[in-house]
Design a protein around this ligand. Structure first.
Ligand SMILES: [Zn+2]
Length: 195
């Protein structure tokens, strides 16, 4: 049975490399996959999933007005799997469309993304994935400052932690750190920890 998966993790928990790995595993068996990512994330140009270790490949960008069910019907309704990166940036309607891909087209959908924003609120896409997904899995990584599990994302601006502001401010890895709860509220000075 096809299922809707949500695999969430803090910054740098290896979400994108996992997508590339899953895609590779399917394609090794001559099964085709559809890879999509948020059109919001322009770090590497719209329409790519790119991991920090240097691997990247094209992906279909999802914009607010994109109907992802129609994208799958039109590009490859026989796909073995649909993979979605940066799923936190999706809208509620996208998540419901993903559920229809699973339930109507019987294609498994694996979504990957952050759960918490830097204010420690849910992203819209993550909220509805938590509500609609069949399977929810945590991808673990450790706190930037200690050995505890990172469960939050801390934003630094000019070396200072930031807890308020617009939810989406994409600027690359330099400003966001995976942190445990204690270090979310009481981070060491960032300049003393890493150059
Ligand atoms: Zn910590």
């Amino acid at each position: 049975m096809a299922q809707l998966f949500f695999r969430y993790g803090a910054m740098n928990s290896g979400k994108t490399i996992e997508i590339l790995k899953v895609a590779h595993n399917y394609e090794e068996q001559s099964k085709s996959v559809i890879i999509m990512t948020s059109g919001l994330d322009n770090r590497d140009g719209v329409g790519y999933v790119a991991s920090r270790i240097g691997l990247k490949r094209p992906a279909i960008p999802v914009f607010d007005e994109t109907n992802v069910l129609e994208v799958v019907k039109q590009t490859n309704p026989d796909a073995a799997c649909v993979l979605i990166d940066e799923a936190q940036f999706l809208k509620k309607h996208h998540i419901i469309e993903l559920a229809h891909i699973v339930d109507e087209l019987h294609i498994p959908v694996m979504t990957f993304g952050l759960k918490n924003d830097f204010r420690n609120e849910l992203f819209e896409g993550s909220k509805y994935l938590l509500l609609y997904a069949d399977k929810i899995e945590e991808m673990k990584t450790i706190c930037w400052f200690c050995r505890k599990k990172a469960i939050m994302n801390l934003r630094f601006h000019d070396g200072q932690p930031v807890y308020e502001g617009e939810q989406v401010q994409i600027g690359g890895n330099e400003a966001y750190y995976p942190v445990c709860r204690r270090h979310y509220f009481f981070p060491p000075e960032i300049n003393k920890v890493r150059n």
